[in-house]
Design a binder for this molecule. Sequence first.
Ligand SMILES: [Zn+2]
Length: 289
Amino acid sequence: MPELPEVETVVRDLRAAGVANAVIDECRFYWPKTAACLPPEQFAAALCGRTVVAVSRRAKYIVLSLDDGRALLIHLRMTGKLRLEPLPAKPLPHDRAQLIFADGRALVFNDTRTFGRFQLADTVTGTLANIGPEPLDDAFTADVLAARLHSRRRAVKPVLLDQSVVAGIGNIYADESLFAARIHPERPAASLTRREMVRLHAAIRATLARAIQANGTTLGSATTNFYSVAGRRGSNADNIRVFRRHGQPCPCCGTTIRRAVVGGRGTHFCPTCQPRRRPNPSSPVSPLS
Ligand SMILES: [Zn+2]
């Protein structure tokens, strides 16, 4: 599933392609459920004639801000992809929606698994009010992370995947961040020491920033994997150290990387670098002060 770095890559590609300033002539849905919350005809009518004034990202949502103050939110979910094509766009299997622009191009949404959604938001902050802070914002400090984790007794891995805690982190970057911070994924979030909170905060930011620089992670060659606009692969797979590398040696210590199911999700870690016990039992369980 595309996570923060992959969605950010798509947003940057859309911006570079000049989608901001494009005028929407028409919107077509080929899979009615792609249009969330509104009947497809009503959804399409609301977009017709609108100008896209900005393209941005919030959590895992692509945000096309419109000239009427509303925004089109696109969530790629498992297999959603966008491509820009000159008109008439050549239909492909699994195309679910098209935005036809007045500049003679179409933004086509292709989605094999059909979980992706278009949503019309009166305001982005209102519609996405329950989503946690952006991990790469300056305001996201180690204190902020600690305050959001210290009352949660669940394993830290599913807590990181909870979008209301921190925005944009999915399975790949949760595993990679916990490895970089040397924290076992099954440690209760509330049990993390101050030092571990600081390490995890730095690891999340460094892991996500490096992945954005590499245009996201494309693993393997299946067509359902992540590809940005124009079918571009991300090259962050070269930076992956534990995710789906179970059975291989840890790049730090050589111990065999293990896979476990934590919070219902496949989880990859090094049992030596990420010990299960809390490192210093006398360390206080509290947010940073
Ligand atoms: Zn190791």
